[in-house]
Design a protein around this ligand. Sequence first.
Ligand code: PMP
Length: 412
Amino acid sequence: MKAFSPAEILKIREDFPILQRKVHGDRDLVYLDNAATSQKPLCVIEALNHYYRHSNANVHRGMHALAEEATADYEAARAKVAGFLGAPDPKGVVFTRGTTEAINLVAQSWGQKLQSGDEILISVMEHHSNIVPWQLLAQRTGAVVKAIPLTPTGELDLEAFDTLLGPKTRILALTQISNALGTVNPVKDLISKAKAHGTTVLIDGAQSAPHLPINISELGCDFFACSAHKMCGPTGIGALIASPELLESMPPWQGGGEMIDQVTLESSTWADLPYKFEAGTPNIGDAIGWASAIDYMQELGMERIEATLQALVNDAADRLDQEPGVTLTARPTERGGAVSFWLDGIHPHDVAQLVDQSGVAIRAGHVCCQPLMKHLGHPAINRASYHFYNTPEETGRLLEAIRIARKIFGIS
Ligand code: PMP
């Protein structure tokens, strides 16, 4: 599939008001922190505006025009997410605050069936959101968390995976794309191996849902978690996606309004799916904003978004690799949206601050992957992360900013 042409990218950039702004006086903003959160197109901003100006009401309980409109739009957003990600059924799309909350939901609800000695398999490259909920579950149940090690190129060690996937592995919880290294993991193969073993699989799609065409039914995982704010949508909304049968077998994890059928002072029964897992007034406006972001990305085409990002990020990795003083943290065969690196002799935090002075926004730190930092033997990295609206010229601006930083530090 063809990447967007430079002229098409220029046109796309007009949809993102924030990309036109300047920082530090007169510097054109170069936004390369998309793995943290993406920017939002006008249609999303306008969908939020329209909802609050026009239809704001609580969902599922009102008997008036606005409540009906808000409910219809909220449920249409659920169907949109299901369609976009190839979910088996909209009833299996549970709205959450994001990926983190979706994984916690699984750990707290599905996780109740784990027993002492059961194994939870993650990997060394996981985001803290796909580590800590499992550690909490292990503390509650006596289960054990094991991690797939990495190869020197920053990929999963597949031989070690085969050894670690044992009879006690109850769940495999893996990221599809590493937010820190940019590695795209061969999740389809790993899911089918795990399923053949009878292991439940959760895929952390925080970085993949924004970048690749996803079809959860084809992937074959049991749970898929993602966040709207990394895919051009608002913050505060995301989803856990699973089959209705699996969700049906799980107990509720939070109690309150919306998730009940009948309540007496002695006991309660639960609402149908997906409401059983959506206690309290949901994030209606942001679900509607997310639906608008999905429309926008679908119109551009996920295949073209993937091709554009691949070209951008491979070019960025090649050019950073050739730049004096730069060391890449990983060299995966397939890269998602991120390239991370170290600059010899300058702490990553100083690098980020110095390139920011040139208007270039990149990340520095452990990027929520402290176990990965331990594996790399460095407390921090720099990360440039891309979306389809970035350009190779912006990589040029990053390289120029890196040269200035090296000069300031007297390194040449
Ligand atoms: N997993 C990965 C791979 C991520 O990149 C992130 C966000 N950086 C998360 C999980 C957590 O997402 P959120 O903060 O939106 O819940």
